[in-house]
Design a protein around this ligand. Structure first.
Ligand code: SER
Length: 582
């Protein structure tokens, strides 16, 4: 079954007009780099402007999201994806929207009722609990047990921090061969979200004030990759019919099988598809060092490095062969892929040639600068390789690893940030939801990460330590060893502890000492070998002491409120927390 075609057919039959996908590079919005949701090009119409196609619309929209760029390589993340959506612009509202979604899922896609569950907005101090939505679901046979009522963090949708918004209801599917539990637990990872229906009846301004919109709208979004995986019975999006031809070609080119090489193959497949779509977009984006061009450059260089890792000859046409498969497959839905075919191939191939030269030159410089007589690659050398020879830090790390050397990564990032501060100019603010961050908020997340580590040790046990950490302006991410899914009680205890320490406004001290001294004083450090002899230790009140390059705030009181947004499995025996500061 072709879900995309069935979706459009169903909504057109029900009085909707199909609108073409808007370009991925927004035409009239300089504040964002890419279109991140189906509703984004429709904002003026949700606000009340008349849409030339009428007030019932449907489409499939190209979207690019970069917030989770470093998660690409797992089973479910993509930088480019398509969102199926239907809209009512002041026409029908909750009841009909739920009728349509339910009928499409159960009658067209034939999903059995017992595999479905929903979340409903529980209300807050400004907006009441959405009883109407719950009662419409029940009228279709969804039992009270299969409805979870969640607050603003989960069941309220807004793009960014101001704009049209409203409570939403999310539809979940039970993806497992286990017996289906009677009661729906939205934290149970066997339930996956497949569709989001937002009831956009409010407008939120920058200060958080909420007013009613002129009209009540419906905005729905269903990720095509996810629903296809669900219907095809796999939890690996890259094993679906959407990707099989690309993955097979990659297996062919590399002479390796997907099993065992999943991560690199997924990154290559994902990044080539996104690069094809960005360079085919009417905005004619070319690789560069700013804005969309910078993202395109990063994506291309990243898949080339992954290809090299798989032993693919990067001077061959491996990328063009893959790009052609992608363009052939999608051109009937996106005519720009047909019109700009040659331009796309030229962009990819020129950038590859440039990067291949950088790589060669970089590797030569690497040998010269690093030689074989050192165990540690210091921050200055790592930064020079990056800054002067365009040699990405990831590559320095890989090369160092092959030679049994370690790199002062934190030192590199310190220099990198210093440099970034200096050169941050016009593009400031444009990276909302993108890659680059605001130094201040990232600093807060660094400190919050130390507090989280300390709180987890108290709640889960002393075996907790940092296995991985990643910070974006939107959130922190922390991986740690733990043999079970955290209970709600454990999560609450961790949050409470961190918030208590924030309230106490503990001072954050930066200490320098020898590595031995640091170890003796009990400072926390997972990868002690990676550090130089003199290390920096950050001490927060009496609750935490960790080796770290920083930067950190000077007092915990600066952090605001700490909240865990997600706790999930990262790999066997490793849990992952995503948390935010409000
Ligand atoms: N705007 C909502 C989302 O992106 C529904 O389309 O999830």
């Amino acid at each position: 079954m072709n879900v995309r075609d069935e979706f459009i057919k169903y909504f057109v039959k029900n009085g909707h007009k199909q609108i073409p996908s808007a370009p991925i590079v927004p035409e009239n919005d300089p504040t964002v780099l890419f279109n991140t949701a189906g509703m984004q090009p429709l904002v003026p119409y949700l606000m009340g402007e008349k849409h030339p196609y009428g007030n019932r619309l449907c489409d499939y929209q190209k979207c690019v999201r970069l917030t989770d760029l470093d998660e690409i390589g797992d089973k479910t993340h993509h930088t480019f994806f398509e969102m199926l959506g239907n809209w009512s612009l002041g026409d029908y509202f909750k009841k009909e929207s739920i009728n349509y979604s339910f009928e499409f899922l159960t009658k067209v896609l034939n999903i059995p009722l017992e595999r479905l569950a929903v979340t409903v907005f529980a209300g807050d101090d400004k907006i009441p609990l959405d009883e109407a939505t719950a009662s419409y679901w029940k009228s279709h046979g969804i039992s009270e047990d299969r409805i979870a009522y969640l607050g603003r963090d989960n069941n309220f949708w807004i793009a960014g921090d101001s704009g049209p918004c409203g409570g939403d209801t999310e539809i979940f599917y039970f993806r497992s061969n286990d017996e289906i539990p009677k009661k729906f637990d939205p934290n149970d990872e066997r339930w996956v979200e497949i569709w989001n229906n937002v009831f956009m009846e409010f407008y939120q301004d920058k200060d958080g004030n909420i007013t009613e919109l002129k009209q009540k709208n419906v905005d729905t979004g269903m990720g095509l990759e996810r629903i296809v995986a669900v219907l095809e019975g796999t939890d690996d999006n890259y094993k679906t019919s959407i990707w099989s031809d690309v993955i097979h070609k990659l297996e062919d080119i590399s002479n390796l099988s997907y099993e065992g090489n999943e991560k690199a193959m997924r990154i290559i497949a994902d990044h080539i598809r996104t690069s094809v779509f960005i360079s085919a977009d009417p905005a004619s984006i070319k690789p560069s060092n700013t804005d969309q061009g910078y993202i395109l450059r990063r994506l291309i260089r990243r898949y080339i490095r992954q290809a090299r890792k798989l032993g693919i000859d990067i001077n061959s046409d491996f990328d063009l062969e893959l790009a052609l498969i992608i363009m052939d497959k999608y051109e009937k839905y996106y005519s720009e892929l047909k019109d700009n075919r040659d331009a796309v191939l030229e962009v990819l191939s020129l950038e590859k040639k440039k990067f291949a030269r950088t790589l060669e030159k970089g590797l030569r410089e690497f040998e010269k600068l690093v030689g074989n007589d050192t165990k540690i690659i210091g921050k200055d050398v790592a930064f020079k390789l990056y800054d002067t020879y365009g040699f990405p830090i990831e590559l320095t790390l890989e090369e160092a690893k092959d030679r049994g050397m370690i790199v002062d990564v934190d030192g590199f990032y310190d220099k990198f940030r210093e440099h970034q501060e200096k050169s941050r100019t016009a593009s400031k603010g444009k990276f909302k939801g993108g890659l680059s961050g605001d130094g201040e908020i990232e600093t807060k997340y660094h400190t919050a990460t130390h507090l989280l580590n300390a709180a987890l040790k108290k709640v889960i046990g002393p075996s907790v330590h940092q296995l991985g950490s990643n910070i974006t302006p939107e959130r922190l991410r922390f991986d740690f060893p733990c043999d079970h899914k955290m209970t709600d009680d454990e999560k609450k205890k961790v949050e409470d502890l961190v918030n208590e320490w924030i309230k106490e406004d503990l001072s954050v001290q930066k200490l320098e000492m020898s590595k031995d001294e640091a170890i003796k004083s009990g400072a926390e450090c997972t990868f002690i070998d990676r550090y130089p002899d003199i290390v920096t230790v950050y001490k927060i009140g009496d609750v935490s002491m960790e080796l770290c390059g920083g930067p950190h705030v000077s007092h915990t009181g600066e952090l605001g409120e700490f909240k865990i947004k997600k706790e999930e499995s990262s790999s066997a025996g490793v849990r992952r927390i995503k948390a935010i500061l409000k």
